[in-house]
Structures are given as C-alpha cells and as structure tokens.
Design a protein around this ligand. Structure first.
Ligand code: SF4
Length: 74
C-alpha cells in the first residue's frame, strides 16, 4: 500500500470509531470545532486535534483510536 492509500485507510479506520454526529452540520457549532467527524479523523492523524476535543467519544473508542494511531506511526 502506498503512503496515500495508507493515510486514507487509516483515516477511514479512525472515522468508524467516531460518534458520527457531524455536529458542525447537524447541530452547529460543533464541540470539536469541525464540521464533520471525518475532518476530526484527519485532524487526529495530523496531530491537530486531541481525542478529548470530542465530548461524545467514550473510553473504548479512544482506546481503539490510540491503537490505530500507534500502528500508523510505528
Ligand atoms: S464533536 Fe465529535 S461527534 Fe461532533 S463532529 Fe466533532 S468528532 Fe464528530
């Protein structure tokens, strides 16, 4: 898998762990400051956001995302 595909796949993997509320569209302003959860997934991967910035993300999903990020940067 090339770098671009790996990034896309990882963002998708993170995204499925997120609440999927897309608060910036469904109920603005969003607590994370972004329109959609997929943008939050990208920002997590890029280190621009922290998981705590989404108040709807529970510990189980945070743990899963931490493992995804760990594997990506390993
Ligand atoms: S606050 Fe959470 S649920 Fe809402 S858009 Fe951001 S990442 Fe998605």
């Amino acid at each position: 898998m090339d770098v671009k595909d790996r990034r896309k796949t990882t963002i998708a993997d993170i995204y499925v762990q997120l609440p999927g509320r897309d608060c910036g569209i469904t109920r603005p302003p969003s607590p994370c400051g972004l329109k959609k959860c997929v943008m939050f997934a990208q920002a997590l991967l890029d280190g621009e956001k922290k998981m705590d910035e989404c108040p709807y993300l529970d510990g189980e999903h945070k743990g899963a995302i931490a493992l995804i990020l760990e594997a990506y940067f390993k």
